[in-house]
Design a protein around this ligand. Structure first.
Ligand code: FUB
Length: 342
C-alpha cells in the first residue's frame, strides 16, 4: 500500500501546521509505534496499516493487517529507514488474521518480536518471533505463548534484568471475554458491563529467562483512584482500554495507556513493576482518528513519545506514526501534550 500523495491536504502547509508534529514516513501507513533504543540507535516496531477492504465495526475488523515492517532512525530528527517486511502473517503457523500492535525486546544476544494476532478460531493470542538482527527478519515460534490472550503486548526490562509483559485490550481486544482462563465467544462485545464494579484492566507477567514464555501466573495491573480504590467500569475517562506501556523514571514505574472510547492517553505511577499504580491524569489529548497508542523512550537525556494519528489518510484504519518530546514535571507527573494546535 502506498501512502504517498493520497491526501492533497498534507501538501497544504496551513493545514499541516495544525498538527504538533509530522508523519515519520509516508511511503506506508504505520501505527502503534513501539520504540526502543538498541545499540544507541532507535528502532520502531509499528503496526503496518493497509486498505484491506474489511468493513469497519466495533471489533476493529477494519484493522486487518498482514505484516510488520521495522523502522530505524540514528537520532530523533534523523532519516527514517524502512527495513522492509520483518514478519508476515503467512509465516506464522498458528495465525488466522489481524496482526495488531507489536513490541520488541533484546536479551541473550537475540531480538524478540512480540505480536498479537487472531488464531484460526478468531481468538487473539500473543506470539513471539526471534532474530539476530533488530530489524529482522523474524522467525515465529510454532505456537502462541502458552497462557497468552488479548492484544497489545508491551515488554519492559527492569534495571535488575527482569523482563515483564503488559498486555490486554477491551472491546475488539477481547479481554472481557476471558474468565478463569476460558474464552467465551458469545461474551460481551465491549467491557464487563458491570458499571459500578472495578474496571477490567491490563495484565502483567514476568517473562521466562528464555523470553519465550510466561514465568508465573498472570496478574492484574491495578489502577487506583485518589481514594485508593480501583477505577470503575463506568469511568471511561480514566480506566484502562488498550495500548499499555511501561517506563521507569526516578525509580518510579509509569504505567501509561489509552482510554479507548474517550481517546486519551493516561498515566498511573507505582513503586513496583506489578503496581498498584496510582492514577495521575491525562498526559495526551485526543489525536485525529479513533485510536491512540504510544510508546515512551529516553535517548541522550531526553524523553520522547511515539504515537500515531490519521493526518495522511483521514481514515481511522490508515494511520501514520509521529514523535514528539515528553516532559516529566518536577512533581513526577507527565506534562500534558496537545497533539493538535489550537
Ligand atoms: O492497530 C490495531 C489496534 O488499534 C491496536 O492493537 C490498538 O492498540 C489500536 O491502536
Amino acid at each position: 500500500q502506498n501512502a504517498k500523495n493520497t491526501n492533497a491536504e498534507t501538501s497544504d502547509t496551513s493545514k499541516k501546521s495544525k498538527y504538533l508534529s509530522q508523519p515519520l514516513i509516508s511511503e506506508i501507513y504505520t501505527a502503534d509505534p513501539s520504540a526502543h533504543v538498541f545499540d544507541g540507535k532507535i528502532y520502531i516496531y509499528p503496526s503496518h496499516d493497509i486498505e484491506a477492504g474489511t468493513p469497519e465495526n466495533d471489533n476493529g475488523d477494519h484493522f486487518d493487517m498482514r505484516d510488520y515492517h521495522v523502522l530505524s532512525m540514528d537520532s530523533i530528527n534523523g532519516k527514517v529507514t524502512d527495513h522492509g517486511v520483518a514478519l508476515s502473517v503467512k509465516d506464522i503457523p498458528w495465525a488466522g488474521r489481524q496482526l495488531w500492535a507489536p513490541d520488541a525486546a533484546f536479551k541473550n544476544g537475540t531480538y524478540y518480536l512480540y505480536f498479537p494476532v487472531k488464531d484460526k478460531n478468531d481468538v487473539f493470542r500473543i506470539g513471539v518471533a526471534t532474530s539476530k538482527n533488530p530489524a529482522g527478519p523474524f522467525k515465529a515460534e510454532p505456537k502462541p505463548i502458552e497462557g497468552s490472550f488479548s492484544i497489545d503486548p508491551a515488554v519492559f526490562t527492569d534495571t535488575d534484568g527482569s523482563t515483564y509483559m503488559y498486555y490486554g485490550g477491551i472491546w475488539g481486544g477481547q479481554l472481557q471475554r476471558w474468565n478463569n482462563g476460558k474464552y467465551d465467544a458469545n461474551g460481551s462485545k465491549t467491557d464487563s458491563q458491570k458499571e459500578n464494579e472495578s474496571a477490567l484492566t491490563a495484565k502483567v507477567v514476568r517473562l521466562s529467562q528464555n523470553m519465550l514464555g510466561f514465568d508465573e501466573p498472570v496478574k492484574d495491573v491495578v489502577i487506583l483512584d485518589e481514594n485508593g480504590k480501583p477505577l470503575l467500569t463506568k469511568d471511561h475517562d480514566r480506566r484502562f482500554f488498550e495500548g499499555a506501556w511501561m517506563h521507569k523514571y526516578n525509580g518510579k514505574y509509569y504505567f501509561t495507556y489509552s482510554t479507548g472510547d474517550t481517546h486519551l492517553l493516561a498515566s498511573a505511577i507505582g513503586d513496583s513493576p506489578y503496581g498498584p499504580f496510582k492514577y495521575q491524569g491525562t498526559f495526551m489529548n485526543p489525536v485525529e482518528g479513533w485510536t491512540t497508542h504510544h510508546s515512551i523512550i529516553e535517548i541522550k537525556g531526553k524523553w520522547y513519545i511515539f504515537y500515531h494519528d490519521t493526518q495522511l489518510s483521514g481514515k481511522t484504519h490508515l494511520r501514520n506514526i509521529k514523535v514528539t518530546e515528553l516532559t516529566h514535571n518536577a512533581d513526577g507527573t507527565i506534562a500534558l501534550i496537545e497533539p493538535m494546535k489550537k
